[in-house]
Design a protein around this ligand. Structure first.
Ligand code: MG
Length: 382
């Protein structure tokens, strides 16, 4: 199999929502297709991917550097011993000539290609993505995969697998992420949004807080809870806005036994996060703005987080993809964390497959299926 073309498009996602840190009205995202010289069942074999939203499109990096590097590689450098595309080998090619550290926007460009390569691999193997991930790098990798059938000249082989290949997808835990700031100041609007999530079947809901205005945040928590569910199922996201020493906000957060407080402090300020954890005894979740195993390791070393109760939200597609994410998991497990503590950020359906593949803690869901990128696949009940 040979990759013959890769196309990227940077698209506006134009959403009126805001959190305490940014607005999404000017946000863009990259869509990607990898084209091959193969067909499956008469259809062109392509790999598709879409950005994890919130960090803008990666068109410049992809077109100037990473796509040409992949296209210039020898096909044999990109495939495994069965002739399937091998995302880990591809990422090694993508990272040729890249210095360590200073990760910046680069991990998102590589992660987007990694997602499309996994899509390609799953299609080659004739498996749902979650099963492909489990077979390829999961705890029981390769043990139940038979040898691939021989490919004809222009038809990629599908791997015929043992019983697991036809088993039902596993249930995964999920929660609804909503309650962004909008131009509608009516507290009833927040209550209605939370109530809608409960009506859709979600039992845990996350809303945005300011992180700085204790009175406003107390109002928002009260509005959300007025939808009629326990505080232990309400999470709040501060988007990095809590300031060390602000005991008013800490007092509001301590009034209820909240499900968790998310990203209380700036992503790379581990001392500030440690101070927050000192001041807040309930569960804390963070990591969505750390894009490398280096940074995740520093979070675990210096962020004051507690393996028995806190959650790690690194974003797979913004962090070089599956291989780097596995590296983060391995490091965390060596430091006493369970994979149940991994709750990938963003509601990306690629992340849902990873959660299903490896039995991670939960999947963040953008709950409104009528909106672009909201909900799950057709026919998946919440
Ligand atoms: Mg968040």
């Amino acid at each position: 199999m040979k990759i013959v073309a890769i196309h990227e498009a940077t698209l506006p996602i134009g959403s009126a929502m805001r959190n305490a840190s940014i607005a999404f009205d000017q946000m863009t995202a990259s869509a990607l297709v990898i084209r091959t010289d193969q067909t499956i069942g008469g259809e062109a074999l392509v790999g598709l991917a879409f950005d994890s939203i919130g960090r803008y499109g990666k068109g410049g990096l992809l077109r100037e550097r990473f796509i040409p590097r992949l296209l210039a590689a020898a096909p044999s450098d990109l495939l495994d011993e069965h002739g399937h595309i091998d995302p880990a080998r591809c990422v090694a090619v993508l990272m040729r000539g890249e210095k360590q550290g200073g990760h910046g926007e680069r991990p998102g460009a590589v992660g987007l290609l990694d997602a499309a390569l996994w899509d390609l691999r799953a299609k080659q193997m004739g498996l749902p993505l979650w099963q492909c991930l489990r077979h390829s790098v999961g705890p029981n990798a390769s043990s139940s995969t038979t040898a691939p059938v021989t490919a004809t000249a222009n038809e990629t082989a599908r791997v015929h697998t043992t019983a697991e290949a036809t088993s039902a997808p596993p249930p995964i835990a999920t929660y609804a992420s909503c309650g962004h700031f909008t131009d509608n100041p009516n507290p009833q609007a927040l209550r209605d949004e939370v109530a809608q999530c409960l009506a859709w079947g979600y039992t845990t809901v996350k809303i945005k807080l300011s992180g700085r205005d204790a009175k406003l945040d107390a109002q928002r928590i009260a509005s959300a809870l007025s939808a009629g569910f326990p505080a232990s199922h309400l999470a709040v996201d501060l988007n990095g806005q809590w300031q060390a020493g602000d005991t008013d906000v800490l007092a509001v957060l301590a009034e209820h036994r909240l499900a968790w407080v998310e990203e209380p402090t700036p992503a790379l300020d581990y001392a500030a996060l440690a101070a927050f954890c000192q001041g807040h005894s309930g569960p804390v979740a963070t990591g969505e703005n750390l894009f490398s195993s280096d940074d995740a390791t520093n979070l675990l070393r210096y962020g004051g987080m507690r393996p028995h109760q806190d959650r790690l939200q690194m974003d797979i597609s913004l962090s070089y993809g599956v291989g780097e994410y596995r590296s983060m998991m391995d490091r965390a497990e060596s430091l006493g964390w369970s994979r149940q503590a991994f709750w990938p950020h963003a509601g990306h359906l690629f992340a849902a497959h990873v959660v299903a593949a490896w039995g991670l803690g939960s999947h963040e869901s953008a709950p409104d299926a009528s909106r672009l990128y909201g909900g799950f696949w057709d026919g998946v009940p919440v």
